[in-house]
Design a protein. Structure first.
Length: 126
């Protein structure tokens, strides 16, 4: 599978098997509901959403889906995400478990507001 050749999120999702495509589409739908004004892009060869800067990324891996909501979001939700493996700005959603779509929705909403506030502060400085 050649991940470097996709130009949009549809072509990225199309690269995977049916079961993984379904999960990626569920994640995509949830992100779009939480951030309807966000623009879909490919960044770092991954699906990403922009609204006053990058909101979140996601990507399918061998045994999980990576969700990348930034370090500040991970910190803000540290109690709710304790059950998931991850890192400074990463969560890993195992293929063995259902996606935590309610949690993803709340995290994306958080990122939208975080980026909105940053953009407002930046515009006031000008």
């Amino acid at each position: 599978m050649e991940l470097a050749n996709h130009k949009d999120i549809d072509s990225y999702i199309a690269l995977f098997s049916d079961d993984i495509r379904l999960r990626l589409q569920q994640l995509r739908t949830t992100i779009k509901k939480a951030a309807p004004e966000a623009q879909e892009v490919i960044s770092y060869q991954m699906p990403a959403y922009k609204f006053h800067g990058i909101l979140v990324y996601f990507a399918a891996h061998k045994n999980h889906i990576g969700f990348y909501p930034t370090g500040s979001c991970i910190e803000a939700f540290k109690n709710e995400i304790a059950a998931y493996k991850g890192g400074k700005g990463t969560l890993k959603f195992s293929f063995e478990l259902p996606l935590p779509l309610d949690l993803v929705f709340k995290m994306v909403e958080y990122r939208v507001e975080e980026n909105r506030v940053k953009a407002e502060l930046k515009s006031k400085k000008k």
